[in-house]
Design a protein around this ligand. Structure first.
Ligand code: PHE
Length: 450
């Protein structure tokens, strides 16, 4: 425990890394397809409410626990509640990260394939149907899907074995703003396609008749997924932080950025879906069919597409780093001597666990668990059960095991956090978050929405 921890080298480093963990496939790949399958606008509205009223306070909670203890998650919970079972929240986070990264990396692999293809073949003037077929062919080839998943995991391992602090900071400063700019270009093209308004309406105008118990649970899972919450990753990341950074301000910026990129993703995808006569219910392949189609209708689309895939790959990698970092930091208790070996062993195990997911859109497409492919079943378990469960436990833990004044003191370091805002946070975390999560679980069980 006396180990000297690595620290972020600048204030910006922490923000970029935490935002890098948050912004990734959740907002860009998952949100559009889950919203598409769950009726659009009503889902998105509930997702926004959950992100602001549950996600933001929880993010601040994870930050506070991490910086206060200056230790990775499992040790952090142990220090705050010695001799109890509470450190299992950290272990649950490790298990969740393990499962999550296994299928996350499969999608990362799809991006690797698309990136490579966009360079070698370009996208030139094809239509939506051809891209749909192309996706099917690409993904259903078992060796290609597995090899791409391996490449993605290797990239993740190579960065995490040397410590995330060094890896992420410098590159993110350029890549993140570039991603926003390219996204804006796609949005402009997408909303100006013929018939685009129907898609804008689908995404932004809520139709509550489409709501089911399941939609609410999915929106909850999506809110936690896209902010990297419930896994205690934000505990581990903020433990590398000195006391001069404002935690509330960081939390607000990250939530703001995530919401912004989620809106961009929706506005990039849905207008195009409707304009091209596709179904919003495509599921996980959705963006891989829609985006190339949009790019192929933009001048110099092939060039933009290469750039976009590179940036998407980067955004996906920074989230993957945080997932592997969570596992490695807790397995090694941050002992630098063990980091390298742990990164390789854990990373390769995650690769193996991901193989059935990599095959789920190909040879294992017919192997179903509760009516879902291995990939979808694991995603359901992680996003809609494990993440909300982790979030519930963290929300119960913090007010119970840390004194109110200590919480306030920690949040005030590096910021002038008003007492009234602190009290609002306290009420949200102590009452609103646990009740909302429990209600969403109970509601799904009663309506049998799974
Ligand atoms: N937030 C990441 C994304 O949106 C995924 C993630 C979830 C990362 C949970 C870490 C923990 O892509």
């Amino acid at each position: 425990m006396s180990q000297k921890q690595d620290q972020w080298t600048s204030k910006l480093g922490f923000i970029l890394a935490a935002a890098g963990s948050a912004i990734g496939l959740g907002a860009i790949w998952k949100l559009p397809y889950v919203a598409g399958m769950s009726g659009g606008g009503a889902f998105f509205l509930i997702f926004l409410l959950f992100t602001i009223f549950l996600g933001l306070p929880l993010l601040l909670t994870e930050f506070t626990i991490g910086r206060k203890t200056q230790h990775e998650a499992v040790t952090a919970y142990r220090m705050l509640a010695p001799g109890t079972y509470w450190h299992w929240i950290g272990k649950l986070g490790v298990a969740t990260s393990f499962f999550l990264l296994s299928f996350y990396s499969v999608v990362g692999g799809w991006i690797v394939i698309y990136f490579a293809r966009s360079i070698t073949e370009g996208i030139g003037g094809r239509g939506a149907e051809e891209f749909e077929q192309l996706f099917g062919q690409t993904i259903s080839s078992p060796w290609l899907a597995i090899a791409a998943h391996l490449v993605f995991m290797l990239m993740t391992i190579l960065v995490v074995q040397g410590g995330v602090q060094k890896g992420i900071e410098r590159v993110s400063k350029i890549m993140m703003p570039a991603l926003f700019v390219l996204f804006l270009i796609i949005v402009i093209r997408s909303v100006t396609l013929p018939g685009a308004m129907e898609g804008v309406r689908f995404f932004l105008v809520p139709d509550f008749s489409s709501l089911t118990g399941q939609t609410i649970l999915f929106a909850l899972g999506q809110a936690f997924f896209s902010l990297s919450l419930g896994v205690s990753i934000m505990v581990t990341y903020s433990s590398y932080l000195k006391s001069n950074e404002s935690l509330p301000r960081s939390a607000v910026s990250i939530v703001g950025l995530t919401i912004f990129i989620s809106i961009l993703a929706g506005l990039a995808i849905f207008p195009a879906v409707f304009s091209f006569g596709l179904e919003p219910t495509e599921g996980p392949p959705l963006i891989f069919i829609v985006l190339p189609t949009v790019f192929s209708s933009i001048p110099f689309g092939s060039v933009f597409f290469v750039a976009f895939m590179a940036l998407l790959l980067f955004a996906t990698l920074t989230s993957a780093f945080s997932l592997l970092e969570m596992v490695v930091a807790s397995v090694t208790k941050n002992d630098p001597a063990k980091r390298k070996k742990a990164a390789w062993v854990c990373g390769l195990l995650i690769f193996v666990l991901g193989i059935p997911s990599a095959l789920s859109y190909g040879v294992m497409g017919d192997v179903l668990f509760f009516g879902l492919t291995f990939f979808d079943a694991l995603d359901f378990l992680v996003s809609n059960v494990m993440l909300p469960l982790g979030a519930l436990l963290i929300a119960i833990f913090a007010p119970l095991k840390i004194k109110k004044d200590e919480l306030y003191d920690e949040m005030q370091k590096g910021s002038a956090f008003k007492r009234s805002l602190f009290n609002t946070w306290y009420v949200l975390v102590k009452y609103v978050v646990p009740i909302a999560i429990l209600l969403a679980f109970i509601n799904t069980l009663i309506t049998g929405g799974v």
